[in-house]
Design a protein around this ligand. Structure first.
Ligand code: IPE
Ligand code: IPE
Ligand code: MG
Length: 250
């Protein structure tokens, strides 16, 4: 397959791409393997996405790796996923450092098994000064959890008199989310054919371009990410205006 990178418009690179990595289980089932095999193959797609994002000059990449709803899966799959997380952190840390990747986490870290939380915290500290790409891992995350926490903290500030209701702006709400300081994703990708958000970044994707592909996550590699960016670059983002108004500004 020819490399698609020549079709990229360098002036229109999104700052932030978020991905719902879906289809590991189906990918494995289609090969007569167990679901965990699909998850570990998915790690290779994570590596490839990080590399490609960096190459394209994308500054923020958010990956949905484990939702609060995923605790309802069979225990052996949950255990396997958590072990894979720890093993991947150990294995990938040197390369992440070499590539200047900063790791952040969104989600309830305290709800993760202790060894996962510990290795994640260490990785976050180790990579905190890296500047080439910020990789945000959404783990034990759900948008409703995040919004509920934000509403509680805003309500608390109003109650104790440090905030008035008039001061509650879009910007203030953003500052109470776990993505504080991170620009909203311009592009949201979901692999494997489902066309839903599954409790991912609800506030932050208010104006994101949505991109759905039937490709299962373990098959989603460099050219797939580049294709998604090319499609994004060809969409007209109007933000409520008319096409003609956008034309006039060009
Ligand atoms: C995505 O793949 C990874 C996680 C949700 C952890 P799935 O495990 O959801 O795979 P499918 O959707 O069952 O194929
Ligand atoms: C969404 O995938 C969560 C992650 C990718 C981590 P799921 O496979 O859990 O979502 P549903 O159950 O199909 O909505
Ligand atoms: Mg799934």
């Amino acid at each position: 397959m020819t490399d698609l990178i020549a079709n990229i418009i360098p002036e229109k690179i999104p700052q932030h791409i978020a991905i719902i990595m879906d289809g590991n289980g189906r990918w494995a089932n289609e090969r007569g393997e167990n679901r965990l095999f699909g998850h570990s193959e998915g790690v290779e797609s994570v590596r490839s996405s990080i590399k490609t994002a960096k190459e394209l000059g994308i500054k923020f990449l958010t990956l949905y790796a484990f939702s609060t709803e995923n605790w309802s899966r069979p225990q052996d799959e949950i255990d396997g996923l958590m072990d894979l997380l720890v093993a991947s952190i150990m294995k990938e840390a040197p390369e992440l450092m070499e590539n200047g990747v900063r790791i952040l986490m969104i989600g309830d870290i305290e709800g993760l098994p202790e060894n996962c939380a510990k290795s994640l915290k260490n990785l976050i500290i180790e990579t905190q000064d890296n500047t080439s790409l910020t990789l945000i891992l959404a783990l034990n995350y759900s948008a409703k959890w995040e919004l509920k926490m934000a509403i509680k903290s805003i309500a608390h500030a109003v109650n104790n008199g440090t905030l008035t209701t008039n001061e509650i702006t879009d910007d203030l709400v953003s500052k109470h989310l776990s993505t504080k300081g991170i620009p909203d994703p311009e592009l949201l990708i979901r692999t494997s054919g489902e066309r839903r958000i599954s409790n991912f970044l609800l506030w932050q994707i208010a104006y994101a371009e949505l991109y759905f592909t039937d490709t299962h996550w373990p098959d989603f590699r460099r050219n797939d990410l580049i294709s998604a960016v090319i499609e994004y670059q060809n969409r007209e983002r109007r933000f409520g205006k008319l096409s003609i108004q956008l034309e006039a500004k060009k």
